[in-house]
Design a protein around this ligand. Structure first.
Ligand code: HEC
Length: 206
């Protein structure tokens, strides 16, 4: 058999396989097809939102008992006030050690959620400024002295013009972002590669 004929034959075979496959795709995707042994296909349990004659309120999905704390969540007992922000500063300590991995994650959180206002280096000149009022530089005396717990309160509840980031950033990631804020303040040595690159980029291209 010549090479040409072998190629033709395999092309034909490929076409045949393709057409069988594509007919297979045209079936109703919502239909499970033939069911030979339906035992497990038809569940006997109640669906989460189905009415239920066995429970007191007639609903399947039950509300958690008041005061229930989800796994991994640490409840916070602070008000959105300046007094409680300072109290958080006295009472809370960063539970996350400043390992390279934690700092890298903190940098990512900062780049995602904080940089737009606070700027790559935390100087208060993010790309949205001055359309949004400039935040203070992290290097101001007040912020250099601010306790980790108060920064945690700030990210969790927001302050003045700064919104809360509690719903976007997990508590642990907020602490990691604080590790990175500390680094921006010069607490732990040389700036990271991203910072150096950002500092070298021309204005307006941040
Ligand atoms: C939408 C813009 C914006 C974003 C995003 C933002 N901030 Fe702010 N931040 C501000 C402004 C504005 C202030 C000054 C608040 C004020 O009016 O006193 C501020 C203040 C702060 C302060 C000082 C609080 C105080 O009591 O003076 C800290 C610390 C801070 N931000 C950290 C962060 C961190 C960390 C993130 C990211 C998780 C972040 N911010 C995201 C706008 C922002």
């Amino acid at each position: 058999m010549s090479v040409m004929r072998t190629m033709k034959a395999s092309a034909f075979l490929a076409l045949a396989v393709l057409s069988v496959l594509s007919t297979g795709c045209r079936r109703d995707p919502a239909s499970p097809g033939y069911t030979y042994m339906p035992d497990m296909a038809i569940p006997v349990s109640y669906d989460a939102y189905a009415p239920n004659p066995n429970t007191r309120d007639g609903q399947t999905l039950q509300r958690p008992v008041p005061g229930t704390v989800p796994r991994g969540m640490h409840p916070l007992h602070y008000e959105v006030t300046a007094t409680d922000a300072e109290r958080a500063g006295r009472e809370l300590a960063n539970p996350i050690a400043a390992t390279p991995a934690a700092l890298a994650r903190g940098e990512k959180v900062f780049q995602t959620f904080c940089r737009v206002c606070h700027g790559d280096l935390g100087l208060g000149n993010g790309p949205i400024v001055p359309k949004f009022p400039a935040p203070p530089s992290y290097r101001t005396e007040r912020l250099l002295r601010m306790a980790d717990g108060q920064i945690f309160h700030t990210i969790t509840y927001g302050t003045a013009l700064m919104p809360s980031y509690a719903s976007q950033i997990t508590a642990d990631d907020r602490w990691r972002a604080i590790l990175f804020v500390r680094r921006l303040q010069g607490a732990s040595g040389a700036p990271s590669e991203t910072q150096t690159a950002a500092a070298e980029r021309p204005e307006g291209r941040r």
